[in-house]
Design a protein around this ligand. Structure first.
Ligand SMILES: [Zn+2]
Length: 223
């Protein structure tokens, strides 16, 4: 569960031109949400979101490496307590090309289902500023915003093959994890653990590998 205040739906945002540096040289940073005493959403009577997020993160790392990304980092690779501040610090030190944070959703009834994606709503400065440093800072933020949206859209398209007609949309949100950082980022809420069909799929190891592969493809296409 990733608590947010929803902002505007972003649909059809135009993609920016792509640069094509060596894919393998880019650092991809995977954040498995929650961990340790921070359990996340309860998954039936069989565990918690934190474990699912970790399994998916490890699978995603494997798929990214297979896709040619040589540098893939994780905020955690075991069941450990890790504060938002500690996660942010790890990301800051690595200076990644993309942060991908993995979560699973929970709802009040069993009806809500499907995947949803978020990207950080980077605030840019006031228009009409004459300070070159501020203008360049705003341009960088805009680029990261566009990078985030483009990667998220590719991931959405890939996930549609696994969860047909279950795309709940792409939204911007303030991400505490990225406060003070300026990097492209996407949060994936992979499905609702309170929905029987979603839960069954996500708990299936084969489907989980398919999900990891789909996310890795989305990253490769979008970055
Ligand atoms: Zn979560």
């Amino acid at each position: 569960m990733f608590t947010i205040v929803c902002a505007a739906l972003v649909l059809g945002m135009p993609g920016l031109s792509r640069s094509q540096p060596e894919q393998g040289d880019r650092v991809i940073f995977i954040d498995a949400g929650h961990g340790g005493s921070d359990l996340g959403v309860k998954i039936g009577d069989r565990g918690y979101e934190k474990d699912l997020n970790l399994r998916l993160a490890l699978a995603l790392r494997k798929e990214l490496v297979a896709a040619g990304f040589r540098q893939v980092s994780l905020t955690r690779n075991s069941d450990q307590d890790l504060s938002i501040k500690e996660r942010s610090e790890l990301i800051r030190k690595t200076n990644p090309a993309l942060v991908i944070s993995l979560h699973a959703n929970g709802g009040f009834s069993g009806k809500a289902r499907g995947y949803e994606l978020y990207f950080p709503g980077f605030k840019t400065g006031k228009e009409g500023r004459n300070d070159p440093a501020a203008i360049i800072g705003d341009m960088t933020k805009n680029k990261h915003l566009n990078d985030s949206v483009r990667v998220a859209q590719h991931i959405q398209r890939q996930l549609a093959g696994i969860f047909p007609r279950e795309n709940r949309g792409l939204r911007d949100a303030p991400l505490p994890l990225l406060e003070g950082l300026n990097v492209p980022a996407v949060i994936v809420e992979i499905g609702f653990m309170t929905n029987k069909e979603n839960r069954k799929k996500i708990e299936d190891e084969k489907v989980r590998m398919d999900i990891a592969r789909a996310i890795a493809r989305g990253i490769r296409e979008g970055i």
